[in-house]
Write a protein that binds this ligand. Structure first.
Ligand code: FRU
Length: 482
């Protein structure tokens, strides 16, 4: 149990942060962000009796993180207006005292079953990878998503298999037939990423069944936040590997999130991949996504619009303003052209104001437009022009295409974020969502995505060069209150 003093100090620090936040023009409007302090991974995503529950890693008292995370909580009935709810889980037990780490939700018979990682760091001379850390798997039961009726460790740290470091975490649970399965991200003592699988008949007793994926797959030293699901009968395995070397047009961040298609052998409980590992987003700020099936049975994804990146170039100026990081827009996952595509969910159209449409012809190859708002959605359909074109927008951001590679670049408004690239054929559609200090791009109907934080002080006119003819559809977007 956390002492009264802890909550007093937390609430005092939150008040101080609120002061700074109220002055911040870079506060987002229609994205989910921490009320105060720090946010990272989306957790426990689910929908129960119409209510969407969005939980997240949350350090409300400290914008630079660094303290034991809680699970923050927001709810919605329409995916557009969200209500800030009281903190759902706190690091208050011996088994989670250094952090209620990430986890997922599983809805059955009107109850939500949450599984998360209870993080514990033992005092002493430890590096907290090979020694000194416990990561316990904890089960929480709730009838409504707000109150807890049961909370217990179901896999204590000591019960994990041999050959692994102390990093085994981020449970995701699903059911097939009468059996429940849990997958966990892990790092071996040889520093290889793996996904473990457990089995249960009752959600309480879990039996280790082996390595689900990664036995013969070399991709970095640790895999976080695993997720398994099916779309149109296709098995998909998503995870967030750490330690993949950077390439010129791919894997450009420090950590990455992506997926493989494949199929599960339910006898051996192993996943056999049938596609390469593909990144889900090629921008600067995307990590630790989680999916869930909503009541319409859509497969929806929220990602962390941030990255646990300690390179000096990734400094977020909002820290000085009392908060840091946010969640991406909710995206629907579909399979097209044998790839996962991501589309902003249709409910987001509810944010749209009056629509403007421009059929643009540029006799000298240049189009200039004063964008009237700081928060907007825009769809640019390229009809004619050079294979190479460029769009300058915000303060000093450019989106450019050379016929093969699409690049997003920021000048000083990137606060260290410079260039990110993705290879894409025949780029003809760019759908962009700008929200004061973020930009989310969906290219060619979501075949590639790029997400970034960016901090323009004085947005300039949008200038499009190299495109002779295009259609621009534009909507200002405004947050709806509950
Ligand atoms: C991913 C992650 C998870 C962990 C959580 C802790 O960003 O490192 O593996 O559970 O964040 O906040």
């Amino acid at each position: 149990m956390l002492k009264k003093k802890y909550w007093q100090v937390l609430s005092q620090k939150q008040d101080e942060l609120r002061q700074k936040i109220s002055q911040d023009p870079w506060r987002l409007t229609y994205h989910l962000m921490p009320e105060t302090g720090w946010m990272n991974d989306p957790n426990g995503l689910c929908q129960l009796n119409g209510t969407v529950h969005f939980y997240h890693q949350y350090v409300p008292q400290e914008a630079s993180g660094g303290e034991a995370p809680h699970w923050g909580h927001k709810t919605s009935t329409d995916f557009v207006s969200f209500k800030e709810e009281p903190i759902f889980l706190s690091p208050e037990h011996d088994y989670d005292r250094d952090g209620v780490y990430s986890g997922s939700a599983f809805v059955e018979n009107g109850q939500i079953h949450f599984f998360y990682t209870g993080n514990v760091k033992h005092p002493g001379d430890h590096e907290y990878i090979y020694s000194g850390r416990e990561q316990n798997t904890v089960h929480v039961v709730s009838n409504d998503g707000f109150s807890v009726i049961k909370q217990e460790v179901v896999i204590p740290h000591e019960a994990y298999p041999e050959g692994f470091t102390d990093h085994i975490r981020d449970p995701k649970v699903f059911k097939r037939g009468d059996t429940y399965y849990m997958i966990l991200g892990a790092r071996t003592v040889e520093n290889e990423g793996k996904i473990l699988i457990y089995e249960s008949a009752d959600l309480s007793q879990w039996c280790y069944r082996g390595i689900f994926f990664g036995e013969d797959y070399d991709l970095g030293y640790m895999w976080e936040c695993p997720d398994y699901f099916q779309i149109d009968g296709q098995d998909v395995l998503m995870f967030s590997p750490q330690g993949i070397p950077n390439k010129p047009n791919a894997f450009q961040n420090r950590f990455h999130s992506g997926y493989v298609f494949g199929s599960v052998n339910w006898e051996t409980l192993t996943f056999q991949e049938s596609s390469p590992f593909r990144e889900l987003d090629h921008g600067f700020d995307f990590y630790a996504p989680q999916t869930f099936s909503d009541e319409q049975r859509r497969r929806l994804l929220w990602g962390w619009m941030g990255l646990g990146d300690t390179l000096p170039e990734y400094s977020n100026p909002t820290v000085a303003r009392g908060w840091q990081h946010a969640a991406t827009l909710p995206r629907e996952l579909l399979i097209r052209h044998n790839k996962l595509v991501q589309l902003p969910i249709s409910e987001l159209q509810g944010l749209r104001g009056t629509h403007q449409h421009k059929q643009v012809q540029a006799s000298d190859g240049m189009i200039e437009w004063t964008v009237p708002d700081r928060c907007y959605e825009m769809i640019i359909e390229v009809e004619q022009g050079d294979p190479c074109w460029q769009i300058a927008l915000l303060e000093d951001t450019t989106l450019s295409y050379d016929g093969q590679v699409f690049t997003m670049s920021h000048g000083i408004s990137g606060f260290g974020r410079k260039h990110r690239r993705v290879q894409i054929d025949d780029l003809t559609q760019i759908r962009l969502f700008v929200d004061t200090s973020s930009i989310e791009l969906f290219l060619n109907e979501g075949i590639a995505c790029m997400t970034a934080r960016v901090y323009p002080r004085k947005p300039k006119d949008m200038i499009i060069t190299g495109i002779d003819q295009c259609q621009i559809t534009y909507w200002p977007l405004a947050k709806k209150d509950c």
